[in-house]
Ligand binder design. Sequence first.
Ligand code: AMP
Length: 218
Amino acid sequence: MNIIFLGPPGAGKGTQAAYLEDKLGVPKLSTGDMLREATQSGSKLGQHVKQVMEAGQLVADDIMIDLIRDRIRQQDCADGFILDGFPRTMAQAEALDEMLTQERVAIDHVLKLEVNADALVERISGRFACGDCGEGYHDMHKKPTQEGVCDRCGGTEFTRRADDSAETVRKRLDGYREMTAPLMPYYESKALLRHVDGMLPIAEVTSQINQIVGKKAA
Ligand code: AMP
């Protein structure tokens, strides 16, 4: 099954995509994670990407399209994948369609997480992740069961993203409205868009998503 998650930064895409990865047994492809990994390499591309991300801007379409094209051709995507953070522009959506036509696969569902704009900054500024396994947490909505210890791997080091500061978040939200929001009518016109109430508690959002993916695409 091939799934796309859409929604603004802080909507819960990464959290829900991780649950769905376990449920469906197909990999979650997070372009944000892939780029953050690239920034660790110290390569020229990594340094460029780091600057763009920290400024709250979008990385160029050609870089992103090549990144995803290489990734979905890998063997572990043969039975499907979950896209978290891609596509983010119309050019990316159209390039993805082309790639999938070539690979003779189709998108089953585009899950749009609907979140009240006021909630986003609070959600983003409270989030942190395990430095070892990447499991996501939140100061208010999802604390580790034992304070300071990751539920998933027992790690004790946690990190906060450099681009989660209030000013950068505002720029990322502007970018979302301008560049990503036009994808909604695009996928609506293909009868792929499914609306999910992202304001509900995490487990209820997961249950809505399970109901959708449990059904065959329209
Ligand atoms: P995310 O982890 O999805 O919030 O992405 C973090 C940052 O990575 C974004 O603010 C962008 O700078 C960059 N990024 C991630 N995915 C994309 C994409 N599909 N197109 C352009 N930039 C991206």
